[in-house]
Design a protein around this ligand. Structure first.
Ligand code: DI6
Ligand code: FE
Length: 401
């Protein structure tokens, strides 16, 4: 396939000075699942002239968007908890009273694998409609060996049923279930570690995550889990410093973490550790917004330290019922003062890096042909609009989808 008359945002920030690697009036040649050529129309090699052409009439073409942090697999909803919070209860109070994550755990345990998939696909369709071609999906609402495996099987099946690449993350260390109340270490030993080994043996895990927080796990609780992940050759990432500073980021960075996520309470030491380890900061404005958090992540300090920032939805029923990547980008700009260029890097180049994927996130020969064609003529429009997604067409692995 050949796309002609495109306004290309290659996101190759080394070329040009606009920060988006813009090429006006560009052509883009795709062969199978790969991009084979991208550049000005006038320079298109004759070898590609015979490819079937699609004139995109000046529209903006970007890499397919990547949502590098979602909890898209779950049953039930938490609208009642939303109401409780608006009547004065806090997220932590609800969690400590057995609501919060644990209410989603009950609903998720009760659902069969097929039911869970059926509940998940409409949410995935919403992410796809906002331009996602790759999504990360976590477990973490099962909290038994079997239920964590069930969630990860559902996550894998999404990628068979929809034109989207799914990267799976084992997050059994998301909450301590009621049967282990006060025994976080036993839970890690009895459930988190065995479920990780079993899921890995079944080919269900691409990375390992945990929730490091006073209402969840400490770095000491998590040490055996991260050691096991490393032993299995799996990369780690961490929900860190979301509600309080637990030193999770430095711990994750010491394990070479792909990313540390949330980061509202990140300290200067944590930033330095990320910069040294090359860990991506995943910014999740949907959770900040939903919880009406007031402390913003230290964006200026992360920027100054050269830490790459990704932006994701955190799509989940409790703290971020947000199923639009473009809205996440808008929130990152308006709430956290990312620039639109940083926001788009955050859902392309840096999101790919947060998932350890080097074959996508930019437009260049040899990379996957995952693309979005937008009813837009400048990339800043993607973060600028509120709630409207100007997606015109999506190309997944070289095919219109
Ligand atoms: N932090 C979050 O924001 C989500 N998980 C986490 O560790 C919230 C998950 C939920 O409330 O269901
Ligand atoms: Fe999360």
């Amino acid at each position: 396939m050949l796309l002609t008359h495109a306004t290309l945002a290659t996101m190759d920030t080394r070329s040009g000075t606009d920060g988006y690697g813009l090429i006006p009036d560009a052509a883009l040649a795709l062969d199978g699942e790969r991009i084979v050529w991208a550049g000005p129309m006038a320079d298109l090699p004759t070898a590609y002239h015979a490819f079937p052409a699609e004139d995109v009439q000046g529209r903006l073409v970007t890499p397919g968007l990547i949502d590098c942090h979602t909890h898209a697999v779950f049953a039930g909803h938490r609208a009642v908890e939303f109401e409780l919070r608006l009547n004065g209860a806090s997220y932590e109070e609800i969690a400590r009273a057995g609501g919060g994550i644990l209410s989603t755990v009950s609903a998720t345990r009760a659902a069969s694998e097929n039911q869970l998939l059926a509940k998940t696909l409409p949410r995935v369709d919403q992410l796809i409609a906002s331009g996602a071609t790759t999504i990360e999906v976590k477990s973490g609402y099962g909290l038994t060996v079997e239920d964590e495996l069930k969630m990860l099987r559902v996550a894998r099946r999404i990628g068979q049923q929809r034109p989207v690449t799914v990267v799976t993350t084992h997050l059994a260390a998301h909450a301590v279930p009621p049967e282990y109340k006060g025994r976080a270490r036993d839970y890690i030993a009895d459930v988190a570690l065995p479920s990780l080994r079993a899921a890995h043996a079944e080919g269900l895990v691409d990375a390992v995550d945990a929730f490091c927080e006073t209402i969840a796990f400490s770095v000491d609780d998590l040490a055996p889990l991260f050691a096991e992940a490393r032993a299995l050759g799996l990369p780690v990432k961490l929900h860190a410093e979301q509600l309080t500073d637990q030193g999770g980021t430095a711990f994750a960075a010491s394990h070479g973490a792909l990313s540390a996520d949330h980061l509202e309470y990140l300290s200067p030491d944590g930033i330095a550790a990320m910069a040294r380890a090359g860990t991506v900061a995943v910014i999740l404005p949907g959770a900040f917004y939903t919880l009406r958090e007031t402390q913003t992540p230290p964006i200026a300090a992360l920027r100054a330290a050269g830490v790459p920032m990704a932006v994701a939805t955190d799509l989940n029923p409790g703290s971020s019922p947000l199923a639009s990547l473009t809205l996440a980008m808008n929130m990152a700009c308006t709430l956290f003062r990312l620039t639109p260029q940083e926001a788009l890097l955050g859902t392309t180049v840096h999101a790919a890096r947060a998932l350890g994927l080097s074959d996508r996130g930019r437009i260049a020969p040899g990379l996957r042909a995952d693309l979005c064609v937008w009813d837009a003529d400048h990339p800043a429009e993607l973060a600028y609009r509120i709630g409207a997604t100007p997606l015109h067409t999506r190309i997944f692995g070289g095919r219109l989808a």
